[in-house]
Design a protein around this ligand. Sequence first.
Ligand code: NAP
Length: 286
Amino acid sequence: MKRENDAALDSETVMFGVFGYPVRHSRSPVMMNAAFRSLSLNAAYAAFEIKPEQLRQAVAGIRALQFRGVNVTIPHKVNVIPLLDHVDQTAKEIGAVNTIVNDQGVLTGYNTDGIGYVRSLKTETACELKGKRILMIGAGGAARGVAFALAKENPERIWIANRSVERARALAADISGLCSCESIAMEDLADIKHADVIINTTSVGMHPHIGEMPTDAAIFRSGTIVSDLIYNPLETKWLTAASQAGARIHSGLGMFIYQGAYALEYWTDREAPVSVMREAVLGSFT
Ligand code: NAP
């Protein structure tokens, strides 16, 4: 997979991509191609807009065209599972796949969202999660990956609050086999006075709805780590409010970078050039 000429694709180029619908907003091609260049790999990564009814053919195309790897994003993360040959145990627990590795026609699915998030949180805040009390807002697809990865860090407790209470209950029940975890109602958030880490996993506050917040600012305390999965905008209104209350803030950009870093490491067995990937994504915002 070595590329002699940095600019050119040739008949040896190994292909990668992201399948989503819609997908034109994706920053994965910019990030992954920067990583391939930095590692001098003769590889190329593109975005493929795949309608749900075309997913089966698109997955067959991974084998037929000998793509080495593919990322899968909304709305395909769950529906792709039955189309694969193997699914990693963690991705099975989460119930979603975001990375496919093609080993000579044998497709294995992984989920790097949750582990990417935890690697980002620990690296960027230098915080240990063991023994911590964590409050998660939201119980959607991303929350599932994050909750499983957090639970494996041995926190003291995780609380999950969500607009649809049944979804929070279901996720808390799935996690409670791994660590102490319970759902709480959004109206009762004020009762949680001593969370060490508060995480927004909802889409509230994401571009273009940048004026919205998933909770009231009254839940923030000085010194708490407040983290948002959203990375567009890079700092949400909710994170700005947390910072103003004296909390330490952590944005979703790192999760995006590290979920991609794990995928690249699975595909290439090379250490991902994380700072190059971060610069490429940041550059795409200007
Ligand atoms: P999802 O499966 O659709 O889940 C959406 C979540 O947001 C649910 O908990 C939903 O609550 C909640 N929600 C949506 N609109 C709401 C509203 N108006 N009021 C209150 N709650 C609301 O989406 P997802 O895939 O989990 O993504 C969630 C966020 O994470 C998105 O902003 C996405 O961009 C971000 N994300 C970031 C990364 C990264 O790499 N940084 C990776 C994946 C996702 P209900 O259950 O009540 O509907």
